[in-house]
Design a binder for this molecule. Structure first.
Ligand code: GLN
Length: 300
C-alpha cells in the first residue's frame, strides 16, 4: 500500500462545518442533509458515519463531497442529487425535472389498497404517473393487479418504465403516453376499470412563484393545477366515469384546503360515497368516491 494522503478534516468536523454551511443557505434540516450527502460521497450509511466519526478524510473524498454540498446549497433538491428516493418502502430512481414523490402520497396508495382488498385481479389506471411511484407501490402490494399508467411527459414516462423494471413489476404495468385517460380510449377495456388513481398537479397557478426554491427544478406541468388548483380534479371527475365499472373507485390526492371543494365537485358530477382522508400531519389529503352501481352514464 502506498502512502494515503490525509486532509485536515475528520468525518465529524466536516459534518459540523457542512451543517452550518447548509443552515446559512436556508436548508431546513441541515444536519440530516449534511449526513445524507456525506454518506453518499463516502458510501456509508448514517450509522457508518458515526462509527467512523474521527476518521480523517482523504482529499479525494473531500473532492467528491464538495460538489454535492454546493448543489444542495443552491437549492437543488436532495433527491435529485442522490438520484433516488424511498416511496412506500420502494426505492424510486429520480432525475430532474421529474416530480419527486412526496411522503403524503403514501396515504393515496393506502386508501386504494384498503378499498381494493377483496379484488383478485383489479384493473387500475394511475393518471399522471410521474416517476411511476404510485403505480409501482400498487403493483407490489396487489399481486394480481394490472395497471395502466399514463403520463404526458415522455421523460417522466421513460423513468417510470425504468423504475418498474428495477422493481420487477414491469410485466403488470402498461405505460401510456398522453393526456389523463385519453390513451386508454383505444384499449377498449371490457367491463371497465376497478379504480382510477391520481396525484394530479394541484398548486394554484398564482402560488407557483412563491414556492420554495427546490420546487423550481421540477416540471411545472406536474405542479400547476390551474387557477384554483383543482382543474385536474374537475377533469377526472368528469372524464373517468366512462372508464370505470359500476361501483368503481376514483381516488385523488388534493392540495391544502382543497378537499371540500373537490368533494363538492364529485357530488356535482353524481359520484357516490364521497370520502375525505387525512395525511399523517392531519391535513385533508385524499378524496375518494365510487361510480354509482346504476350509473346512467353512457360516455360522451
Ligand atoms: N404520480 C406521481 C406522484 O405521485 C406524479 C405526480 C405529479 O406529477 N403530479 O409522485
Amino acid at each position: 500500500m502506498g502512502h494515503v494522503r490525509r486532509s485536515d478534516w475528520t468525518v465529524l468536523e466536516l459534518l459540523r462545518w457542512a451543517t452550518g454551511y447548509l443552515e446559512g443557505k436556508g436548508v431546513t434540516s441541515p444536519r440530516l442533509e449534511a449526513e445524507v450527502l456525506l454518506g453518499h460521497a463516502l458510501d456509508l450509511n448514517r450509522l457508518g458515519l458515526y462509527l467512523h466519526h474521527d476518521r480523517p478524510l482523504c482529499p479525494e473524498e473531500l473532492a467528491r463531497f464538495k460538489p454535492l454540498l454546493l448543489k444542495r446549497a443552491k437549492g437543488f433538491p436532495l433527491q435529485y442529487i442522490l438520484g433516488e428516493t424511498e416511496f412506500f418502502g420502494v426505492t424510486i430512481r429520480i432525475r430532474p425535472p421529474v416530480f419527486i414523490p412526496r411522503p403524503e402520497t403514501e396515504v393515496l396508495v393506502e386508501a386504494v389498497l384498503e378499498r381494493l382488498k377483496g379484488e383478485d385481479s383489479p384493473l387500475i389506471a394511475d393518471v399522471g404517473t410521474g416517476s411511476g411511484n404510485v403505480a409501482i407501490a400498487l403493483a407490489k402490494n396487489l399481486k394480481g393487479a394490472r395497471i395502466f399508467a399514463t403520463e404526458i411527459s415522455p421523460a417522466a414516462l421513460s423513468l417510470a418504465q425504468e423504475n418498474a423494471y428495477v422493481s420487477d413489476v414491469s410485466s403488470r404495468i402498461d405505460f401510456l403516453l398522453g393526456d389523463l385517460l385519453s390513451p386508454l380510449r383505444s384499449l377498449k377495456l371490457p367491463g371497465g376499470l376497478d379504480a382510477v388513481v391520481s396525484n394530479p398537479p394541484y398548486i394554484p397557478t398564482g402560488d407557483l412563484p412563491g414556492l420554495p426554491q427546490e420546487v423550481r427544478y421540477e416540471d411545472r406541468r406536474a405542479l400547476d393545477g390551474g387557477e384554483e388548483g383543482t382543474c385536474f380534479h374537475r377533469r377526472l371527475a368528469a372524464e373517468s366515469r366512462e372508464f370505470l365499472r359500476p361501483g368503481g373507485l376514483l381516488a385523488m390526492e388534493v392540495g391544502d384546503g382543497q378537499a371540500e371543494m373537490v368533494a363538492e365537485i364529485l357530488e356535482g358530477y353524481g359520484w357516490d360515497k364521497v370520502e375525505v382522508l387525512e395525511d399523517l400531519s392531519g391535513t385533508e389529503r385524499v378524496v375518494t368516491a365510487r361510480k354509482l352501481e346504476e350509473d346512467g352514464w353512457k360516455g360522451s
